[in-house]
Design a binder for this molecule. Sequence first.
Ligand SMILES: C[S@@+](CC[C@H](N)C(=O)[O-])C[C@H]1O[C@@H](n2cnc3c(N)ncnc32)[C@H](O)[C@@H]1O
Ligand code: SF4
Ligand code: SF4
Length: 342
Amino acid sequence: MKTKDTKNNLVEKPNRIYGERKNFGEEVLSKELGEKYVEYRKKWIKASKRKIVTDFPLYVQIEHVGRCNLRCSTCINGTDVLRENYTKGITKPLNIKLYKKILNEAKKYNCPSIAFHNNDEPLLLKDLAERIRMAKDAGFLDIIITTNANLLTPERTRQLLDSGITKLSFSLDSWNKEDYEKIRKGGKFDIVLKNIEYFLKEKKRMNLRLPITRATCVLTKFTYKDMEKFRNFWQKRVDIVEFQNLQVLKGHTENLLPPGAKIDNTFICNNPWEQVVIRPNGNVLPCCSFYGGGLILGNIKNSSIYEIWHGQKMKKIRKELLRNNFAFSPICKMCSETFYTL
Ligand SMILES: C[S@@+](CC[C@H](N)C(=O)[O-])C[C@H]1O[C@@H](n2cnc3c(N)ncnc32)[C@H](O)[C@@H]1O
Ligand code: SF4
Ligand code: SF4
């Protein structure tokens, strides 16, 4: 995760890395959720700048299902060998007992934000809406989902609109059917459009301000020329339109880079100050990078999140990253060399 651009910018400037959270409806959420939300965002800014280590992560990103219905060419799930390695030993969704354990601990520390996806598809989780409600009952303020929307049926739409999510991001990666289906392999553009239109219509009909909706596009050789078209199409429909730079999977996806894209040598990582990622097998990671799957800090079956957050491994990672020394870990080194800018 990069920190250089902390200024809120809704459209033109691509995100530094997927997962970066810029202005995702801050004004509306401050109004809807009040002082607690404002306080959390103030802390978030300090943590993002790596100025504080909070008592407990501000953001718990949970990979509940650990698999995906698509094989996007940009993603770890789109390359067989990488997907097999990443999902090795993951056969079932996160057990509900472990999930309750996470929620109990998060409640104790008033953890403000949670997400229901990592490198997987949250709508594959049958009891997603129920798990969201459980998170709401545990006191989470900011409840975030990123989805490919292929499985966003009218029934799932109604469940989600009743569940209490605050932010819903639709990953589209193209404004047209041809490129969409080339990039988002297995996805059906017409179905996605229909699903999202229905969601937005229902939200309007129910007169809901939340969730804040966002359409995102990862910039590849297929899409970098079409930012204007993507924005024009989506800004009439959703609250926020956002472009994201491509993180390359070394040795696999360089061919997707827009012409002239350069390695971004201003990379700074701030994930370990903001969040933990929890995988379906209970493994805890310090980041949502594709490469982060190899940085296992511990497992919630035998440790608390608090212990992991303040543990030696996490401390070492923060210490080295603060000096921008990525070479201390082959994983961070590789990750730091895979961010490109236009
Ligand atoms: C990995 S997906 C997981 C959630 C869900 N399956 C989806 O696609 O929305 C999370 C986000 O990562 C983005 N993404 C995929 N490959 C990427 C890459 N190589 N670089 C940057 N972002 C990427 C996706 O477009 C999506 O918005
Ligand atoms: S839908 Fe999301 S998780 Fe699935 S392959 Fe595409 S980017 Fe990856
Ligand atoms: S792999 Fe290392 S450098 Fe990359 S996001 Fe994770 S912690 Fe940061």
